[in-house]
Design a binder for this molecule. Sequence first.
Ligand SMILES: C[S@@+](CC[C@H](N)C(=O)[O-])C[C@H]1O[C@@H](n2cnc3c(N)ncnc32)[C@H](O)[C@@H]1O
Length: 234
Amino acid sequence: MAGSRKKRPLSHSVLQEGRNLWTVNANPGVAVRGESLRKFRGVEHRRWDPNRSKLAAGLLRTRKDPSMLLPEEGTTVLYLGAGHGTTISHLHDHLCGQDNESRGRLVAVDLAPRCLRDLTYLARQRPGLVPFLGDARKYDTWGVLVPSKVDWLFQDVAQAGQVDIFLTATKRFLAKGGIGLLSLKAASERQQDGNESDVFAKAFDQLEEHVEVLEHINLTGFEDQHALFVIRMR
Ligand SMILES: C[S@@+](CC[C@H](N)C(=O)[O-])C[C@H]1O[C@@H](n2cnc3c(N)ncnc32)[C@H](O)[C@@H]1O
């Protein structure tokens, strides 16, 4: 029975229940993308769909302690390739909470005006979320929003040169010992880079030259042709 499945807290606001993930809703009564809302012990949670969020898929797939993939609550983090805010909203539940009670700051950069429109709408209901219309590669335009280095950085830009963009961003914005997550879409890289496993192997080698690679998580089944690389800044 669904209600009796074993629940494991991954943080104060992220709950794993078998193959399901839930976050405590920082905007009670409101679903962001039509996800289920459900009360556990009287507290409203939103279902975090691993088929629509590579971070959620990574939390379920990692062979290590999943809480290592999450930033510390109440900190400042940087997210490149924010999209329409699906993952961002759950991250916000975890990082900030209702009325930003944890005093977190989630800087969310995306290139597409239509994404920014959705992110701006979300930010009105979710203090602590700071959307910016910008190119992840041109940090001179948005870097001012991140005055000190952060301990957690996520990138999901799905465009060619993803590893270079990530390495430049980590060097500039990720503190020593900080955790970076790179969602890599093999199909976005150039054809001459080879097939999916060639792209992932090449990415692994390139990352290892600069940062400590903690894990290569294959997301096949949740997001085909995708991998999540977890790194720590040296
Ligand atoms: C796969 S979607 C992101 C989905 C989102 N991370 C989520 O889980 O909800 C990729 C996003 O990257 C953005 N993007 C692509 N190239 C970019 C760049 N150079 N700088 C910033 N955003 C970029 C696209 O506009 C798109 O919204």
